[in-house]
Write a new protein. Sequence first.
Length: 411
Amino acid sequence: MLCLVLFVLCLSRSDVAAFSSVAENEDALLKHLFQGYQKWVRPVENSNDTIKVLFGLKISQLVDVEWIDYKLSWNPEEYGGITAIRVPSESLWLPDIVLFENADGRFEGSLMTKVIVKYNGVVTWMPPASYKSSCMMDVTFFPFDRQNCSMKFGSWTYDGSMVDLILVDENVDRKDFFDNGEWEILNAKGMKGNRKDGLYSYPFVTYSFVLRRLPLFYTLFLIIPCLGLSFLTVLVFYLPSDEGEKLSLSTSVLVSLTVFLLVIEEIIPSSSKVIPLIATYHPMAPWVKRLFLQKLPQLLCMKGHVDRYSFSETEERETTFKSKVLGRQKHKQAKDGEKIVTAFLEKAADSIRYISKHVKKEHFIRQVVQDWKFVAQVLDRIFLWLFLVVSVTGSVLIFTPALQMWLNSTL
């Protein structure tokens, strides 16, 4: 038993001695590497050398960045076989790679973690980062929509001759990704590009994500209840007219549909580029336009529908006349040799055509909405007249026999 204890003590002392020697070697190595090291200077032997930064993305909020720092290299045999050390990232040069077009205004990572420095000068940095990027939403087929979002990374100050980005793998690592309850990632790939700015080239890496919305929640709690309420509206017509439940059921269905419409308005993402199919106004059929915009308003003593968003023939003639005059002026100026003025007038005419085309398109969309609003007013007036006719006719039919009996009794 005594020999065993002595053996264990001797083994422990030898381990402590080995660990202390390793610590001393690592301490000497750090003093050797960082003595006179300047982290604000790009670590290259020649000023025209390029640092190649290997860039990779992992959706578990880890960005993998790797480059070579020739100042941080050593011979492992001289320092007890140490091949890698962990150094605070604030104490050495780091590439200023940021996310362009971020949404929260934070360009740096969430935590400045330590970097792994190997004996051959390879520096590996994997900082955990939570990035928020803006994405243009296309809600045309909401809630069965797909979105294509991208994240663009690049150096903020260095051009391609100083820092070059190398894409490690075009496929994004999704091994540690946790599934989201609202979105599903269909595809995630990276692509390298270069932006030219005069004589300089700025490399960047763009990761594209194809996302699909999971419609189960909206289907169960929004679409199916709306369809059920719509079918309940049909069942109202099967109830007897003399029953009070018909009126109460109609009122309940109307209130429920109104509440669901308010919920849909809050859920649908707001976007002015596209309109969801659930809120799209399509152009009116010609027979509907003739019936509801021309004939029925006259019969119902309503003011005619004014086309406030269409160009009149006089304006079109004036525009055509002005274009002809402008063409003659350009022809005359070309004969006179005034090419500069002609080019300026052509650019101005192209700009006017573009603005006119854009304004006409907006006016057409507004006109479609106004037409449907006027149709709603016509239907409202039709139901008003029907209500008045039914009320007056019913009152006359009810009180006529009583009035006849009263007149006969007086005679």
